[in-house]
Design a protein around this ligand. Structure first.
Ligand code: CLF
Ligand code: SF4
Length: 291
């Protein structure tokens, strides 16, 4: 049965509108590869960077069950099991396999998935069957001309496609996918990486479009300029404040994003136990790709 939005306000750290709720999430890095190529992204396996797209290692769905068990023992306030990479969660079958196992073994945990949405429409039924409760889709533009400046290419059913055609396919599948899973009762959040030079003025159109398709909540993630978008600037607090206010005319806005690693465990922005659980040494650097 679908988890109500009221319940998510209390028990999901990334769906709280207004005040932070101090619940925690376990990120399981089971998804290695990606099927698109965002110009700001560098997927990386390392112990040093604190950002999405990064994990120390990839684990298997069976190893993930042990990680959840140990994490809950150490931190009973953890209420969400999420898969957010370090690649795309639908590009390989491991995220959905993991959720099916979590559903059986830890039925009380909220299951949260994050995807770029390229395969969302065709995998929607499988995702719903796996019991995903909350889904985040990263939509950086709903206009193909803008999207083609943000994403270099896609791998679509084995074919390498770039430019405007790639952007059209990506956007179409994101939007149809959002509509389908939202209609089935999955609570949908849309993340947009805010890139001042490319999509800042386009945000109201994104927010309006996804709200119209059934998305419930929206999150702007400030770009950390790197890779092919190293020439762009990082939005400052004032810009973030203003653009959030524009988006809020159409959809509820989430304001506590911490740009998490794909193997973070704990309360976002608070105590993190991933070091003890994954037995790694993290020396934090502040860079970022997606959410
Ligand atoms: Fe993880 Fe993402 Fe689920 Fe949250 S993170 S998969 S929705 S449980 Fe949250 Fe972290 Fe921001 Fe993501 S603070 S990067 S929005
Ligand atoms: Fe893939 Fe996400 Fe990186 Fe984009 S940001 S290339 S969707 S892993």
């Amino acid at each position: 049965m679908a988890v109500s939005f009221e319940e998510l306000q209390k028990n999901h750290p990334c769906f709280a509108v207004g005040q932070k709720n101090n619940s925690g999430r376990i990120h399981l890095p089971v998804s290695p590869g990606c099927n698109i190529s965002c110009n700001f992204c560098r997927i990386s396996l390392n112990d040093t960077e604190n950002r999405p797209g990064v994990a120390s290692d990839i684990i298997t769905p069976d190893e993930a069950l042990g990680i959840v068990e140990r994490s809950i023992e150490m931190m009973p306030e953890l209420s969400v099991v999420g898969v957010a990479g370090p690649g795309d969660t639908l590009a390989t079958p491991y995220a959905l396999e993991t959720f099916r196992k979590i559903k059986d073994k830890f039925p009380k945990m909220i299951k949260c998935m994050s995807t770029n949405g390229l395969l969302l429409y065709e995998k929607a039924d499988e995702l719903i069957d796996a019991g995903v409760d909350t889904l985040t889709v990263t939509v950086n533009a709903v206009d193909p001309d803008i999207q083609s400046k943000i994403n270099d290419h896609i791998i679509w059913h084995g074919e390498w496609i770039s430019g405007r055609e790639a952007a059209e396919i990506l956007i179409e599948n994101q939007l149809k996918g959002i509509e389908k899973v939202a209609a089935a009762g999955v609570t949908v959040k849309v993340n947009t990486v805010l890139i001042p030079e490319i999509n800042k003025d386009h945000v109201p159109e994104i927010a309006k479009t996804v709200a119209g398709l059934g998305a419930t909540i929206y999150n702007l993630i400030p770009l950390i300029p790197q890779h092919k978008l190293a020439w762009c600037t990082e939005p400052d607090c004032q810009m973030l404040y203003e653009v959030r206010a524009e988006a809020e005319k159409y959809i509820k806005v989430f304001r506590h994003c911490q740009r998490c690693r794909a193997d973070a465990i704990g309360v976002p922005g608070g105590r993190d136990i991933s070091k003890q659980i994954y037995l790694r040494e993290i020396k934090l650097e502040n860079t970022f790709s997606h959410g």
